[in-house]
Ligand binder design. Sequence first.
Ligand code: CA
Length: 238
Amino acid sequence: MNPSLRLLLVEDDRELRQTLREALVVEGHEVFAAASLADARALWTTQSAAAAGGIDLVLLDLGLPDADGQLLLTELRQRRSTVALIVISARDTEANKVALLDAGADDYLVKPFGIGELLARMRVALRHRGTALAPVITHYEREGLLVDLARHLVSKDGRTLHLTPTEYKLLARLTRSAGQVLTHRQLLAEVWGPEFIEHTHYLRLYMGQLRAKIERDSADPRLLLTETGIGYRLAEQP
Ligand code: CA
């Protein structure tokens, strides 16, 4: 059973808004629904001031009647809000997804999507935000790979793996966000530094090295997944 969350649902399609609201309420969450950017801003302000204490997660449609939903994302991040935010949109171009993830969205779901998938992405986004409800991942196990960030230990099928410092930094970054896509820019900026964000060939090279060490078959990766044109995702723990 999921802990109960306070959700801001921004969606102008009445039918989809009601379907999502009902499904999320059934899961035990409290849902504040907005049909426009103006409604969303007003609800955000009211709920931030409410005694119950702010919104835990935002579900954000982009095509809204009064503005582009991305504006809300930009405004929240400019105000240094660390609220978990998932974009729900029919727009599915790679450039669009990259721009939203780089602007601080936690994930992106292309319509139509199933409620099961939405709930899974919500769990990952909350864990990534390291809320008390879902602490950040420091211990990861899947397909015989074990990553223990507290002990600085990586092993495969019980044998310790020797990673270079850069390989370790990269794997550690992916582990902390396991299940979540990270863009090329995010990985390059956080592992190498902001001056390296264009150097995608570094990433390809190091991903190849990491796959050779941690995958059973590096030609058919099950752990380090490529999101074509966007970035990489470490498979979610089972
Ligand atoms: Ca819409």
